[in-house]
Design a protein around this ligand. Structure first.
Ligand code: IDP
Ligand code: MG
Length: 139
C-alpha cells in the first residue's frame, strides 16, 4: 500500500451505538477519501489473527472477544500523510486521555471499547488493509 494510505475500522461499540455516520462524516471532513469500505463481523479466531501482535498482552483475549462481538466497518483511506494525520484525528488509545474533538474523545465508551482503529505505520496499514480488502476493491 502506498504511503498516502491508512487502514481503519469503526469498532463494535461505535457501530452498535449508531455512530457510523457521524464518524465517517468527520473522516471525510478531515480530507480523507474512502477507497474501500464494508460491514463485517469477525469471529474470535479472525480477531485473534488481526491482533496477533498483542498476543502476549494481558488484555488480548478480552480484546478478541470484544472485536468479534458485533459488526465493524473496515475502511482504506487516502490522504497525504495519512497514517500520522489519522492517528491525530482519532486521538489517544484511552478516550479519557484523548484530546477534545478527537473521534475517540467524542464516541468511545472505554479504553478497550474505543470506537475506532488507526494503523500505526505505513507497513501495518498495508498488512491490515490486505486483511480485509484485495487491490481490486480499492476504487
Ligand atoms: P491503538 O489502537 O491506539 O493503536 P494499541 O496499544 O495498539 O492501541 O491497542 C490495540 C487496542 O487494544 C486498543 O485500541 C484498545 O481497543 C485495546 N487496548 C489497548 N490497551 C488496553 C488496555 O490496557 N486494556 C484493555 N484494552 C486495551
Ligand atoms: Mg495499535
Amino acid at each position: 500500500m502506498p504511503t498516502n494510505r491508512t487502514f481503519t475500522m469503526i469498532k463494535p461499540d461505535a457501530v452498535a451505538d449508531g455512530f457510523t455516520g457521524p464518524i465517517i462524516q468527520q473522516i471525510e471532513a478531515a480530507g480523507f477519501k474512502i477507497l474501500a469500505l464494508k460491514k463485517v463481523q469477525l469471529n474470535s479466531e479472525e480477531a485473534g489473527k488481526f491482533y496477533a501482535v498483542h498476543a502476549e498482552r494481558p488484555f488480548y483475549q478480552s480484546l478478541c472477544d470484544y472485536m468479534s462481538s458485533g459488526a465493524i466497518i473496515p475502511m482504506i483511506l487516502e490522504k497525504e500523510n495519512a497514517v500520522e494525520d489519522f492517528r491525530k484525528l482519532i486521538g489517544s488509545t484511552n478516550p479519557a486521555q484523548a484530546a477534545e474533538g478527537t473521534i475517540r474523545k467524542q464516541f468511545a465508551r472505554s479504553l478497550e471499547s474505543n470506537a475506532i482503529h488507526g494503523s500505526d505505520s505505513n507497513e501495518n496499514a498495508a498488512i491490515e488493509g490486505s486483511f480485509f480488502f484485495s487491490e481490486k476493491e480499492l476504487i
